[in-house]
Write a protein that binds this ligand. Sequence first.
Ligand SMILES: NC(=O)C1=CN([C@@H]2O[C@H](COP(=O)(O)OP(=O)(O)OC[C@H]3O[C@@H](n4cnc5c(N)ncnc54)[C@H](OP(=O)(O)O)[C@@H]3O)[C@@H](O)[C@H]2O)C=CC1
Ligand SMILES: O=C1CO[C@H](CO)[C@@H](O)[C@@H]1O
Length: 340
Amino acid sequence: MTTQPVRWGILATGGIAATFTADLLDLPDAEVVAVASRTDASAKAFAERFGIPRAYGSWGALAEDAEVDVVYVATPHSAHREAAGLCLEAGRNVLCEKAFTLNAREAEELVGLARERGLFLMEAMWMYCNPLIRRLKALVDDGAIGEVRTVQADFGLSGPFPAAHRLRDPAQGGGALLDLGVYPVSFAQLLLGEPSDITARAVLSDEGVDLQTGMLLSWESGAHALVHCSIIGGTPIMASVTGSRGRIDIPYGFFHPDRFVLHRDGRDPEEFTADPAAGTGASLKHEAVEVMRCLRAGETESPLVPLDGSLAVMRTLDAVRDRIGVRYPGEAEQAQVATA
Ligand SMILES: NC(=O)C1=CN([C@@H]2O[C@H](COP(=O)(O)OP(=O)(O)OC[C@H]3O[C@@H](n4cnc5c(N)ncnc54)[C@H](OP(=O)(O)O)[C@@H]3O)[C@@H](O)[C@H]2O)C=CC1
Ligand SMILES: O=C1CO[C@H](CO)[C@@H](O)[C@@H]1O
């Protein structure tokens, strides 16, 4: 039996759009049929580079393309709501880059749209689709280290990122938290769910984005997560999960691992490594494969990256930003509308 390829549309032509498109083109059951940009020139250049048949100079034109099965939204965070919303309203399924949106309110709107229309929507939290992260979660859920007491995870890059870079620009949802902190927070919440208490401290830039943020997330069980992110310092980018009967350590690059070590109390350490046949940990193919599996199975949500999980992460990021005093342009007005 032959499988019809899933027809992808790419919305935006920046760094991750190119990486993801290259990975898609390597999958035999995926086809990239269209790309959209804010400008015709950029859409055409991207289409030529990757051999994509249709190039649109507007997001709306891609959203209206009924020959597209799913759109990958790869804009800066500030535009996820608008771009993904346009696509959902026009009847397209959507894979939307992390952080899912600027804030939980926007995320709820997208989830509402998708659920009302019976369309597929997923945050591109590729870490959750990584085979070793899935293995780690299964081990923890099966009690391999007992009851989880502490999660530690960090993601810091030294840059330097110039003031014009999206990571420093409030108008693009810049800062360490939404771009990098979303990984350690999502890691902790994968294992422990939504925290009941949140403490955070940050150093802010002159533009008002967080340069580095330290967070202590707490759960009623007594579990803690110590989480850190930075765009002014290259941290180890490691994670560990400590339980009542052992610990799991993930080395550098914890959010796309090729290896981790399980220490069960009283036993020799056990090493888990990626199956090379399944692709490297750093591949974005794992999430693309999951999206296509869901579409073929008629599932509108991925069990690996559930929408309620993405909403819970956005609520945590909102709470952290509330503690550290980061607000993005337009958010003050949104809050007034919401409470009016
Ligand atoms: N999964 C992963 O490993 C990674 C995920 N990401 C996520 O992907 C998203 C994009 O990041 P990245 O590709 O690094 O960003 P880039 O700045 O490289 O690209 C973003 C693209 O979005 C489009 N765009 C739409 N609106 C704007 C705007 N207001 N200002 C600037 N560009 C805009 C532009 O494309 P055009 O000119 O065609 O309109 C631009 O090229 C972010 O959400 C980020 O968190 C980023 C890196 C890695
Ligand atoms: O999601 C991401 C993964 O890592 C990148 C850097 O290495 C980040 O900039 C990015 O946004």
